[in-house]
Design a protein around this ligand. Structure first.
Ligand code: SF4
Ligand code: SF4
Length: 384
């Protein structure tokens, strides 16, 4: 007995696939499936989060619709995956946020914070809001650094705690890991697999998105978004070190490390999300979990807006537009932080946890010497 219809359908499909095994060379899902005889909910959530939605097994499947077996693994695993985000949400009372219109919630939160900052500054001294400020400490004329650090530190800390609790629930639900405590080699393997999106390549030919012609576009846009995000995070971390360790106040010159990292990351976060949105828009309907389209879009749009307002602030920081742009940027970043645990961001965390689990299972079920990096299959793909 399963908790949802999607989980029951995933159980049926995994049972069919476990008899067929034609797709075992395409990604990590099928080898992980083959290590099981039964599929309780926790295992299905694990397999769903191991799936990178490359679409290859739908196009390769001889039992896909209109066949009476009606096998559509990518769509069913997408449904299970999306439902798992709500199932592991912390606190549980906020699980419903995944089902609401994420984009409206995130934009409303961003505008609320921006309007609050603008209203507060305008009420105190409108000249500060529309004045031209330059040199170290210019940003803090609008909002004192300590207030900024407190507000955003609290939002970020909340997001970290909420996501850590969710991943903990997921890790426990997928059952005890074979082979004892996590080995560093398994962890390193998972870092490598996540860092290069190893399983978003359709078994070596590329990702199937809008038709049966695979391309690497989705993987490239995903990389730009992921590494753009990491660079922006690195920029913020370095800037925090500059402020508290070196006593240097923002804004920094364009050639300084926080600005260089932030600019490169910002460019990635402009191009990547636009590409992902376009890919999502064109994605074959048969592969999509339609009801969750809004939640996926919300996170991508918020990343894009974070970058857009950040780069606009960089270009116009020595003009009278700085005050309004800074308030907008802070509002968007705040909304991004507080909606992070209840949006698409969590897919990266669950997927990484699933990759760690998979690397451990493989090492537990195979002698280390048997664990291959990649093996070319007869289907022209690569076996994980
Ligand atoms: S998706 Fe289809 S072809 Fe692939 S293993 Fe499952 S049943 Fe077989
Ligand atoms: S990663 Fe690709 S091949 Fe593997 S289950 Fe998901 S959609 Fe199918």
């Amino acid at each position: 007995m399963h908790a949802t219809k999607a989980l029951a359908e995933a159980d049926r499909l995994m049972t069919v696939c476990n008899s067929c095994r034609y797709c075992e060379g395409l990604c990590a899902v099928f080898p992980a499936m083959e290590m099981r005889r039964a599929f309780p909910d926790g295992d299905l959530n694990y397999l769903a989060n191991l799936c990178h939605a490359c679409g290859a097994c739908y196009h390769d499947c001889q039992f896909a619709p209109p066949h009476e077996f009606d096998v559509n693994v990518p769509k069913t695993l997408a449904e299970v995956r999306n439902q798992s985000y709500a199932a592991y949400a912390w606190p549980r009372a906020f699980a419903g946020l995944f089902a609401r219109n994420g984009l409206v919630v995130a934009i409303a939160a961003a505008l609320s914070v921006a309007v609050f900052i603008l209203g507060f500054v305008a009420w105190h001294d409108p000249a500060v809001l529309f004045g031209v400020h330059a040199g170290p400490g210019a940003f803090y004329r609008l909002m004192p650094h300590n207030a900024m650090a407190l507000l955003f530190g609290a939002a970020f800390l909340y997001a970290i705690v909420a996501m850590a609790m969710s991943v903990r629930m997921f890790w426990r639900d997928i059952g005890p890991s074979p082979g004892g405590p996590a080995g560093l080699r398994a962890l390193w393997q998972a870092v490598g697999d996540a860092g290069r999106l190893r399983y978003l390549d359709g078994g070596g030919v590329g990702c199937f998105n809008e038709d049966d012609r695979p391309t690497d576009r989705r993987r490239i846009y995903h990389h730009l978004t992921f590494y753009g995000f990491l660079l922006c995070f690195a920029a913020t971390t370095v800037a925090t070190g500059y402020h508290y360790v070196l006593g240097l106040e923002a804004p920094y010159p364009w050639y300084d490390l926080p600005v260089v990292l932030g600019t490169l990351g910002g460019i990635g976060l402009l191009i990547g999300p636009v590409g992902l949105l376009a890919a999502k828009w064109r994605r074959e309907a048969a592969l999509q979990d339609e009801p969750r389209f809004g939640m996926d879009v919300a996170f991508i749009v918020m990343l894009f807006l974070t970058s857009l307002t950040g780069l606009a602030l960089l270009v116009l920081r020595e003009t009278g537009a700085m005050g309004v742009l800074l308030a907008l940027h802070l509002g968007v970043v705040f909304a991004l932080f507080v909606t992070m645990p209840y949006g698409k961001f969590v897919h990266g965390l669950y997927r990484f946890a699933a990759l760690v689990r998979y690397a451990r299972e493989r090492r537990a079920f195979m002698e280390p010497a048997e664990v291959p990096e990649t093996v070319t299959t007869g289907q022209g793909g690569t076996r994980p």
